[in-house]
Design a protein around this ligand. Structure first.
Ligand SMILES: [Zn+2]
Length: 148
């Protein structure tokens, strides 16, 4: 999935269960569950050569900025004290993708992370159909907006 639903899910979990021993593993587990749903993201088509890596990187950086703005708007706005657990939850929510990024974009593979790469690959299901690939992600973001 995109970083937006992954991060917002992690942030939402942290808002409900603000202890890092709980929200860390739960946000990571939610990432794998989210990736299991067939989805479209900026990496879709990269392996088949339909999307250039440089394009995917530019979109991904832009999306991370939008993600931070949405976390702020959903959970931080109007609260003076920084909600560290929310931001940490958001980070845990995209941790599997962050660990995979050097391998995906720079061909820099850290061998000791192979079990994590394999687990991520096992759960990852994408679809080239943008509409049906984005729909579940829009539903996740809308659900978090109303539940928070
Ligand atoms: Zn992922």
């Amino acid at each position: 999935m995109l970083s937006i639903p992954h991060s917002l899910t992690g942030a939402y979990i942290a808002s409900q269960i603000p202890h890092p021993v709980a929200y860390g593993p739960l946000a990571i587990a939610a990432h794998y569950l989210g990736d299991w749903i067939p989805h479209w993201d900026f990496g879709t088509g990269m392996n088949s050569g339909k999307r250039k890596k440089s394009t995917a990187i530019i979109f991904e950086v832009g999306e991370l900025i939008v993600t931070a703005i949405l976390i702020y708007y959903f959970f931080q706005k109007g609260i003076e004290q920084i909600q560290w657990h929310i931001w940490a939850g958001g980070l845990f929510g995209i941790l599997p993708d962050l660990l995979d990024a050097p391998r995906n974009f720079l061909k820099f593979r850290m061998k000791f992370l192979d079990p994590i790469y394999n687990l991520h690959h096992f759960f990852h299901h994408s679809t080239p159909n943008m509409f049906f690939g984005l729909l579940p992600q829009v539903i996740v973001v809308a659900a978090i907006y109303f539940l928070r």
